[in-house]
Design a protein around this ligand. Structure first.
Ligand SMILES: Nc1nc2c(ncn2[C@@H]2O[C@H](COP(=O)(O)OP(=O)(O)OP(=O)(O)O)[C@@H](O)[C@H]2O)c(=O)[nH]1
Ligand SMILES: [Mg+2]
Length: 292
């Protein structure tokens, strides 16, 4: 049989479970997942290779309805860019999705030639009437090759979905070496892990006002030394991240370090600093520096 390959891109609103599904397919935690919307900020490729096929999954930021910052517009364009190279497109939705897609999204779905699959996630907590309602709502708007109702978290119907994706792949060569798992270097995932901890430990606007960059990254024989800088947009936010007597940043550092050690399978020394950069979310230079 001819070798098959393709880019399989997942789009949907923030928080529907896109990253959770990618992690399940990959069989390990690659993309960060939290209960908060706008967890994913960068497009990440996750490659699954077998002898007879290669799937390049692309996790994308959720599509933000009312982009308030330049950052949001960048997240949306990153999400929309995944229409361009899709060989198969998964549109993911869940029980909280408001089912009111923007005209822009509908147009792009209509124009896309590649097979489209509707994925209704979080079935573990949904009534079947609700699921039927979502499916018929979408069926009126776009024509899908197939529809799957799944629980990405619990792994319900995800194997069936995966098999259908493999079936839908066009013939093609391997785009990446078959032992490569992602397009991102280790240090990218280190910044993501720190950002994940910020999302988990801080409330309200703090996670959304934060960005993490690596300042130093040294792999020594027995330890990896990492210094990371957390940018926030206001002085008060810096105070909150540091906390009373440095308690908050200490906890952040400890939890992030444990996860990074687990991810790198190495002992890690992690140093965190916080810096205020006013309105970085609207600052094109800063956004570029942060890789948007
Ligand atoms: N009950 C339930 N929760 C789920 C399921 N899949 C994901 N979740 C939860 O939904 C939340 C969001 O999951 P993510 O995978 O981060 O969602 P996302 O679509 O990548 O979100 P963004 O990166 O913000 O666009 C997390 O709390 C997940 O644990 C599911 O099948 N069932
Ligand atoms: Mg995500």
């Amino acid at each position: 049989m001819a070798h098959k390959s393709g880019f399989v891109n997942i789009i949907g609103r923030p928080n529907v479970g896109k990253s959770t599904l990618i992690n399940r397919f990959i069989g390990q935690k690659m993309a960060i997942v939290t209960h908060k919307p706008q967890t994913t900020r960068h497009r990440i490729l996750a490659v699954i290779s077998e002898e007879e096929y290669q799937i390049v999954f692309s996790d994308t930021p959720g599509i933000v309805r009312d982009p308030g910052y330049e950052l949001h517009r960048s997240l949306n364009s990153s999400a929309y860019s995944s229409f361009e190279d899709a060989d198969v497109l998964l549109l993911m939705t869940d029980d909280r999705d408001d089912l009111n897609p923007q005209e822009n999204l509908i147009q792009r779905l209509h124009n896309l030639q590649a097979p489209k699959i509707l994925v209704v996630n979080k079935m573990d907590r949904m009534e079947s009437e609700h699921i039927d309602k979502i499916i018929s709502h979408w069926a009126d708007i776009v024509s899908f090759e197939n529809t799957f109702t799944i629980s990405a978290r619990d792994g319900i119907n995800t194997d069936e979905l995966f098999n259908f994706i493999v079936k839908s792949l066009p013939p093609g060569p391997a785009y990446y070496p078959k032992d490569q798992l992602t397009d991102r270097p280790e240090r990218f995932f280190v910044t993501e892990i720190i950002r994940e901890e910020i999302l988990l430990q801080f409330r309200q606007e703090i996670p959304y006002a934060s960005e993490v960059v690596i300042e130093a990254y040294q792999e020594e024989e027995t330890i990896t030394r990492i210094a990371a800088l957390i940018f926030v947009s206001r002085k008060t936010q810096k105070g909150i991240i540091i906390g009373k007597g440095g308690a908050a940043i200490k906890k952040l550092g400890t939890e992030a370090r444990k996860k990074i050690e687990n991810f790198l399978d190495a002992k890690v020394y992690l140093e965190l600093h916080v810096k205020v950069k006013k309105n970085w979310r609207d600052d094109e230079n800063m956004l570029r520096r942060f890789g948007y």
